[in-house]
Design a protein. Structure first.
Length: 94
């Protein structure tokens, strides 16, 4: 089993927020096939489907909703970590 990584979560989380592969790809500046691959790898790691296609949107399954609650926290912590690291780096340069 491969462990999920931050990018698996970030890409899946963005698709969940945007409800669209295309919009998520545009927001993250990556291709739709790349995001699809990241989602598939995360689903394989977790052993469950996170999304279902509904019309032209991607909708979270019950498992997806549960997992995205964790992703919300992880993405928030990752963003905070980057923000603090960048802030510390700027202070050291000054």
């Amino acid at each position: 089993m491969d462990w999920p990584n931050y990018h698996h979560l970030l890409h899946s989380w963005t698709v969940a927020k945007e409800a669209s592969l295309r919009r998520a790809a545009e927001r993250l500046l990556v291709s739709e096939p790349w995001i699809s691959t990241q989602i598939r790898q995360l689903e394989e790691s977790l052993g469950a489907e996170l999304f279902m296609c509904q019309s032209r949107s991607r909708v979270l399954t019950d498992t997806g909703c549960f997992e995205m609650k964790y992703a919300d926290t992880i993405i928030l912590l990752g963003s905070e970590c980057l923000r603090r690291s960048n802030s510390n780096a700027l202070r050291r340069r000054a």
